[in-house]
Design a protein around this ligand. Sequence first.
Ligand SMILES: Nc1ncnc2c1ncn2[C@@H]1O[C@H](COP(=O)(O)OP(=O)(O)OP(=O)(O)O)[C@@H](O)[C@H]1O
Ligand SMILES: [Mg+2]
Length: 410
Amino acid sequence: MDRTVVGIDVGTTKICTLVGEVTGENDLRVVGVGVTPSRGLRKGVVVNVKDASKAIFASVKKAERVSGYSIERAYVGVAGTHISSLNSRGVVAIGHGDRIITRDDVNRALDAARAIAVPHNQRIIHVIPRGYTIDGQSGVRDPLGLMGFRLEVETHIVTGAVTSLQNLIGCVEETGVRVNDLVLQSLASAEAVLTPEEKDMGVVLVDGGGGTTDIAIFIDGNIWHSLVLQVGGNNLTNDVAVGLRIPFSAAESVKIKHGHVILEAVEAGEYVDVIAFGEAAQQSIARRQLVEIIAARLEEIFELVSREIKRSGYDGLLPAGVVLTGGVAGTSGIAELGRRVLSLPVRVGYPMRLDGLVEAISSPEYSTSVGLLLWGMKQEVAQVGLPDTSERWSDIYRRFVNWLKVFLPG
Ligand SMILES: Nc1ncnc2c1ncn2[C@@H]1O[C@H](COP(=O)(O)OP(=O)(O)OP(=O)(O)O)[C@@H](O)[C@H]1O
Ligand SMILES: [Mg+2]
């Protein structure tokens, strides 16, 4: 299994396991796909370990059957409102006689940046370098091999609640799969859908899933800001169910089949059949009524996104606009509505840079899982010879299990 990478996207509505074979320096072929409905999650967070674990197991087994590989380790996406992020700076002096910056100096600078006061119930998931400054000269992307006396690094630090992380790791490890690393879902999606030019110029990634909408702002090639909104596609479905007085499942299917968000794009006389509650098995509703319900909620979500962009303070630095992905981005007319509300360029982001079983995973809802594979591939290449990070996450899980044993009868 040394030239394969596995990603598991544990989403609120679906679990997707992908197996990829690394075929070249930067190329991946997807050889296994296992998608199952999600169980035991709410708003991106595990609330029932047993149910979630069963769903993950089913997805892993499917991907194993398709690929013919036995899955031992995986990169796992993490999201939810327990995630926080902040920017932190680390400064170190370069101590050697020749003053050439080495990997060790960079690691010391990163360690200095991560030495921040994290609340005791939070744990650091990522320390991402955003840029380096050498002797006051900012804007350095790669300091290795350059000369200097003083190295500064600007980082974006992502943390998550220990218990939520433990529950997620626990669900995956219960299936016999070790967690290679946890990856913020929006960072993974960004790997799959953003172009390097967009990240350089300044762009907002908005991943609209079933339970949450994840936002990540990229400037100068790196992430500067990230957050998770507690609203997603399930809210849209719920609005349709309540507005049309139909069951949730019927609302979900009518939303996906006939949903749109631009009123003028739908004929006034167009009707669609829906399965209603009660005696009347079927009823016809004006499609425009459906459009109004979906558009109202999506407009509200875009307003929230707009507010968060402004609150970040980076609103003037985003010429590449907004890239929408996640299942919700499949809604017809969504980019147009986004442009109207946000007054920025908006496009829908589909997973890119793929080979193999691409048909099955070419829609925006697979961006996170594809991104996990790409993220994993990058780590495997960068970490040749470095210690295995899965030890770290397994350790967190083991401590959790030991802690639980104290409370459980022998
Ligand atoms: N073609 C489509 N049109 C409209 N909505 C869609 C479409 N396809 C999927 N969705 C919606 O997208 C949502 C699921 O998206 P996705 O699969 O990205 O979520 P998830 O990753 O499971 O959840 P989360 O990331 O929030 O934990 C559902 O609400 C679903 O109704
Ligand atoms: Mg998702």
